[in-house]
Structure formats: structure tokens, C-alpha cells
Design a protein around this ligand. Sequence first.
Ligand code: PRX
Length: 659
Amino acid sequence: MNKPAKQALEPLASRDLFPTPPSFAARARINRSTWAAQRLDDAARDPLAYWEAAADALEWRTRWHQVLEWSAPRSKWFLGGTLNATESCLDRHARSWRRTKAALIWEGEPGEVRTLTYGQLHDDVCRFAGVLRALGLVSGDRAAIYLPLVPEAVVAMLACARLGVIHGVVFGGFSAEALCSRINDASCKVVITADGGARKGQVVRLKDTVDQALANGACPSVTSVVVLRRTGHEVSMTPGRDRWWHELVRDAQPVREAVAVDAEHPLFILYTSGTTGKPKGVVHSTGGYLTGVARTMRWVFDLKDEDVFWCSADVGWVTGHSYVVYGPLANGATVFLYEGAPTYPGPDRFWEMIARHRISILYTAPTAIRTFMRLGDHHPQRHDLSSLRLLGSVGEPINPEAWRWYHQAVGGGRCPVVDTWWQTETGAIMASPLPGLTAQKPGSCTKPLPGVEMDVVRQDGSRCADDEQGFLVIKRPWPSMMRTVWGDDERFRQTYWVQVKDPATGAPWYFTGDGARRDQDGYLWVIGRVDDVVNVSGHRLGTAEVESALVSHLAVAEAAVVGRPDELKGQGIVAFVTLKDGRPPSEALVEELKRQVASEIGSFARPDDIRWANALPKTRSGKIMRRLLRELATTGRVTGDTTSLEDFGAIAALRPAED
Ligand code: PRX
């Protein structure tokens, strides 16, 4: 891991406190009268009792006999407990007054609106589970979901869960190559997709991408492809393999009785980038995961039955799993979903939809907030945003300026802002204000939530002093923690559990990969990744993934990819490339390489900048000196110690490709 980069401290921002408005606090689920300081201490002293109470809010078939079995890095939660996620998310609501309550309100990019009540969503899920069962899927099998953000994406996920089938959702922006490798890693039997999705007025041709991914027997585990008709354009259907969603559901036998699974049964696999070229299949459990997302949904977002909750993430990312699907539905919430681009057809699409659907809680990413901020205050001001009562941020550090703009221009100064820190691996929010209780500081995710023990430590595990930068670690297991990397327990251990240990006992702590500091009030300020992961517009990418996409081009000898700060995207990607002998650099090649990355991974991974190098700067042991490259990418200059360079000339030879 890299040393956390030095960043100017912001003493002003640290003192800039935004207490929750008294009117909000008075009505909040968790406020000073409902959750006295004493109870926070209790949760810290006995986190298992805290989590046990949280698990009680779910519907279980069999109650657990033991809360936790922990032998780092292996955890088992709620041992002996059995449940089915859809019974907590659907059946119990469909049996109650919520049967006629809106579960999903969906708006397509072209403007059509569909509402599904809990009763309807339950029926659709039972029916689609019948389709999957008829296609031969049984508990423990894997199915890939590659859909636009339409209600059927939620239906498909829950239908898998109803059978104990493990879903692997792949974001619709990923390329055929990326889809193929994920399908193969998890040996998916079924792929659930659509003809296409609507994005920026265009059709994203998802089925064509699935066809490319499966071409020439590249995914031998796949026996069936289910195709939803969304855009209506012509697609090719392979006989015997591809079937239309609407035809299958017509003949399906609904699965009224959900399959009860063990609390530890995997609910889903979600691929995320790490420090190697191969993305990791993060495995989440059923009981522990649902406990974490249900509790945080209710407490962090102060969720009430009358709320209309909009988390703008795609279901292809963990935020979509936890706070579009499982967290809200486990709580019987009304969820708003929007299929398309945030500024299509105009810059005020978000605000117009918030006003029209009377959305009360908005949860989005700093990249989007910065984009809106740049577009100007007049767009939100033209719309009636008085329905909003709480705002949330996720995915990357939010700069204090964007935080203040969000608070003022969107929230009218009356809505608390919950800056939520978490990761694909943590499953649920780990650090965030409790909006009725915690005063906010712009740019800080405030404090770990009850039941979570996080800290900022030095490499040797000793605790950092106030304002000293160090590594963010989690010291105790939590129910929604990832269980393993699919098919690779050793990678799970090596990635998260060997870097930092408790200096007193030698017990491993969970290493987040993030650098942070803790201020004098105990507030956490996350600085960003300290490993070779970059965060582009809230999308997480491994530099090694982009490198391997580049070196798969015939002209490329070597590539090193680093992140550099970007005002809008958080980070941008800069690639340093050495070419094979006889291949001259050219503008055309720059474009070709950018295209190559887009086709290997997805267009969101396109490098911003490609620079040619005669050789890459390396240490004597052959390691690429990324610190130098990061500095060069950021400032254009290199300073500091270069004595361990293999080739001093390499630094001088790096120049922008555009030269
Ligand atoms: O660096 C942190 C950043 O996003 C990383 C996790 O990315 P991913 O697994 O894709 O999940 C994103 C959505 C949960 C973290 O290691 N990150 C996430 N939230 C914040 C954040 N950085 C600062 N502040 C946050 N609120």
C-alpha cells in the first residue's frame, strides 16, 4: 500500500459545523431523546446485542442460535438462522396495508412513468422466479443480470433471491469482454438482459453486447438468455438459447413459496476492481447483508413510510443493490428509479423529476453534484424542491464547496446532508451522520455508525494522532461484511486482512484501502485510495485493469496507469505507455488506445490522457515508480528522490502524447 498522500489540512472546514435543524431533529427516528449518548456507549460495548436487535427487524424462517462466529477473516453471522430475502422485502409488505403502497416509481428516459405497488412487485417477482425455475435454476446457481435501470432489473434480482439463486449484476456500461469474464468467473447458467436501454436519447444495445460476449462458445456455462423488450429495436435471437421475457412470464408457474436459505447463503456476487487486472467477485451473505442494509437504510436516511426515496445509482453498483433494492424494500419504502442520463434532455431533469414525484430523500454522488453546481443555481431554483427533507452523498470524497452548494442550492439550507462512507466490500454504510443527532462538517463522513469500530492508524497499527494522516481500518467484524472473493479465499485474505494488525494482539484488522485522518472531534476525513485503485466519477477502477487493456494492443510494450485529481470526476486516468520497437507514437494511436480501453472495460474507463515514454521509471527491483508518475500526471513535474531509478533518462523522456 502507498503512503497516504499529503493533503492540506482544512482547519476552517473542521470548525464549520452544521447542526441538524431542530425541526428535523424533533421528528427524526434517532435524536437526542430516542438515542441518548448512553445507548451509543452500549452499542460500542456490546455490538453483538446491537446487531442482534437490527436482525430482529427482518423476517426469519428459523431464528439463529448464535450471533457471530469469528475467526479472522472468516465470519459467520446469525448461525442456524434461515430466511429468504424476498420475504423481508416483499411478502410481509404484500400481506400488510403496504400491499397497495407504491414500492417502485420508475421513470424512463423518454418520460414514461410506471408505478408498481408492493402487491404487484411481489406478483411479478413470484412469476419471474417461476421462469428461472423452469429454466433449470436451483438454489446456489448463478445468474448474470445485464439490464438497464428498469423495474425488471429489480424483479430479476429478487426473483433470483426467491430461489436462492446467486445474482451477479453487471453494470450496463461494461463491455462484452468485461461481461464475458464476469459470467465465466461465476459460471452463470442464465443471462438476463434487454434489447437495449435509453441513454442520452440513444439506444444502448445491450443484447448485441451479450451476443458478442457469448460468441463462439466464450461462455460455456450459459444455457439460456432471457431478453426483456425495452426499446423495441430489432435484435437477433439465437434459437434454443434466447427467449423473450414477456413470453416466458406468460406461461410461468409463480413461485409462491420462497426457498428458505441459511443466513450465510450468498445473496449475490458483485465484481469490483482491485489492485490486479482481474476484478474481484465480492460475495455477500443473505442474513448479515440484509441486517446491515435494513438498519442503515432506516437510521441513516431517517426513513419514514411517507418518504419517496431516490438513490440515483444504477443497480449495477453496490449502492444500487443496497439502497435501491434491498435496504429500501426491506423497510417497505417507496423507491424512485430513473433510467437515463442526469442532464437529459436538459440540465434540470433531476430537479424537474424531484418536484413532479415529490421526492423527499435524494442520495447521489459528488460527481453529479459537482456537475450540477457547474451548470448553475438557476436550474434547481426554477423548481419546487420543497418536498426534499434529507440529502445524501456517496462514492467519493465530497469537497466542502460541493457539499455547501448541495446543502444550500438543493436543500435550501433545511435538509441535513449525510455523507456516507462505505464500499462494495462493506455491503452497507459504515460511517455517516445520523441526521437527527450528528452535526455535519462539509467534507467529513463524520463518525462510524453504532456497532462499527473504525479508526485511522499507522502502518504498524498504532493509532494516529488527531489530524495525522493514516490508514482507515475496521477493527471488528460487522454483519454485512463481504464473506470472500468468489472462488478465491486466499485473495480475500491477502487483499484485506494482512496489511494492518492490532499491535497488542496481532489480530488482523480489515484494511479499507483508504487513507484518512481523524480530527480533534473524532470526525473522519477520508482522503481517498492508498492502493492502486482510482475512483473516476464514483466508478471504481483498478489501474492494473486499464493497464492490461492497454498492453493487449499490439503496439504497446508496457503501460502504467495512475489517477490525477479532476475537478469534475474526482479523478481522471493518465496512462504512460511505451511502444514496441518500430511503432511510432501518433494522434491516431492515442485514439486507438482509448478505444481499446473502452472496448475491454467500458467507456467510463477511457483514459483522459495518454503519454508516451521511452521507458517507465522503475526501482532496482523492477517495480514501476507510481508515485513519480502520479506526481508527473498531476503537476507535469517530478520532484523528490529519484535515486532508485533504473533509468534516469526515463523521467525526462515522458511527455504528453499531444506534443
Ligand atoms: O475510496 C472510498 C470511496 O469509494 C471507495 C469504495 O468504492 P466502491 O466499492 O465502488 O463503493 C462505492 C459506493 C459505496 C472507498 O474505498 N468512497 C465511498 N464513499 C465515500 C468514499 N470516499 C469518501 N467519502 C465517501 N463518502
